[in-house]
Design a protein around this ligand. Structure first.
Ligand code: ZN
Length: 287
C-alpha cells in the first residue's frame, strides 16, 4: 500500500513537472526519477518496515490471526510486538476496542471486526455487547453489524467470535455478509462450527472468504500451542498457505511466548501475511 502511494506521489510530481516545462532535459530527468522509483522504491520501502520480511525462502504463506482484542486482555502488547504482520480481531464496544485497533494499525498489523455471534452452547455473558442473536429482527441484526464496523477503526474484514449457531444459519449469515460486501470487507470463517454455511453464502454473494485451519490455543498450555505450531509446519510441507487463530486473554501470554520463540525461525522459510493477502490472492482491494 505504502509503495503504491510513494510511487503515485512521485509519479504525479514528475507528471506536473512535465506539463509546466517543455524542456526535454526535464522530461528525461523525470523519467529517470520514475524509473528509480519503480526499480528501487519497492525494495527500499519494504526494507523500512520490519513487518514485511523479504528474506523468506519460499512463496508459501502463513497468516496468524489473534482474536478477542478490545478488553485490555493479557498478551495484547506481546502479540502486537511480534516481528511479523498479524491480523488483529477486535471485539466492538469494549473498553479498549478503539485503542487496540489503533495500536494494531499503527504497528503495521491488519484489523478486523471480531463479531460476537450466538453459539449453540455456552454462556451469553461470554458474548460481549452488541452480539448477533438468532431471535433478533433482520433490521436489528443489520444495525448491529453496521454499528460494530463503525466501532472498530481501520477494519478491513470480519470474523466470528463464538457463533456456532449463527454461522450455521444461511438467512442470518446473508444479512451479515451483505453488509460486509457493501463495506468492501472480506469474511474469515473462524470455523467454530463444522456445519458453517458462511463460506457457501459468501461465495453466493461474492464476498472474499478465508477459512481458519488450525486453532493455536484451544488448550491453554504452552505445550499445546507448540504442538499446534508443529501442525502448521507439517501442513506447510504440502499446503501453499495456512491460516491459524490464537487468542489474547487467559492464555494470551502463553500463546504469545510460543509465537515469539517459533516465528523468528519460521519467517526465514515462509512469508507471514495479513489475511487480506489471502482473501484477494495478491490483488489489491478497493483502492
Ligand atoms: Zn473470540
Amino acid at each position: 500500500m505504502n509503495n503504491w502511494f510513494i510511487s503515485k506521489a512521485v509519479d504525479n510530481t514528475a507528471f506536473r513537472h512535465c506539463i509546466h516545462t517543455s524542456s526535454r532535459i526535464v522530461l528525461v530527468s523525470s523519467l529517470l526519477l520514475l524509473c528509480f522509483t519503480l526499480i528501487w522504491g519497492i525494495p527500499i520501502a519494504a526494507a523500512e518496515s520490519s513487518l514485511n520480511p523479504s528474506d523468506a525462502a519460499s512463496n508459501k504463506k502463513v497468516a496468524i490471526v489473534i482474536d478477542d482484542f478490545g478488553n485490555r486482555m493479557k498478551g495484547t502488547v506481546e502479540m502486537m510486538k511480534l516481528p511479523v504482520p498479524i491480523t488483529v480481531a477486535v471485539m466492538p464496544f469494549l473498553p479498549s476496542s478503539k485503542e487496540d485497533a489503533e495500536m494494531a494499525y499503527n504497528m503495521g498489523h491488519e484489523v478486523i471486526v471480531h463479531m460476537p455471534m450466538e453459539p449453540k452452547h455456552g454462556r451469553a455473558s461470554w458474548l460481549g455487547p452488541g452480539a448477533i442473536l438468532s431471535n433478533l429482527s433482520d433490521e436489528e441484526i443489520e444495525k448491529r453489524v453496521r454499528e460494530a464496523i463503525d466501532a472498530v477503526p481501520h477494519a478491513v474484514g470480519m470474523n466470528n467470535h463464538m457463533g456456532s449457531k449463527i454461522t450455521g444459519d444461511k438467512h442470518i449469515m446473508g444479512i451479515i455478509l451483505r453488509v460486509c460486501k457493501e463495506k468492501g470487507m472480506y469474511y474469515l470463517d473462524s470455523k467454530t462450527n463444522y456445519r458453517s454455511v458462511a463460506g457457501e453464502v459468501a461465495e453466493q454473494l461474492n464476498v472474499p472468504i478465508v477459512y481458519n485451519q488450525v486453532f493455536l490455543d484451544d488448550v491453554h498450555t504452552e505445550a499445546h500451542v507448540t504442538k499446534q505450531w508443529e501442525e502448521i509446519l507439517k501442513r506447510m510441507t504440502y499446503q501453499s498457505s495456512c491460516v491459524t487463530i490464537g487468542h489474547v486473554g487467559h492464555q494470551g501470554q502463553k500463546t504469545a511466548a510460543v509465537l515469539h520463540r517459533t516465528v523468528p525461525t519460521a519467517m526465514k522459510a515462509y512469508q507471514f501475511v495479513r489475511i487480506s493477502e489471502l482473501a484477494y490472492q495478491g490483488k489489491l482491494p478497493h483502492q
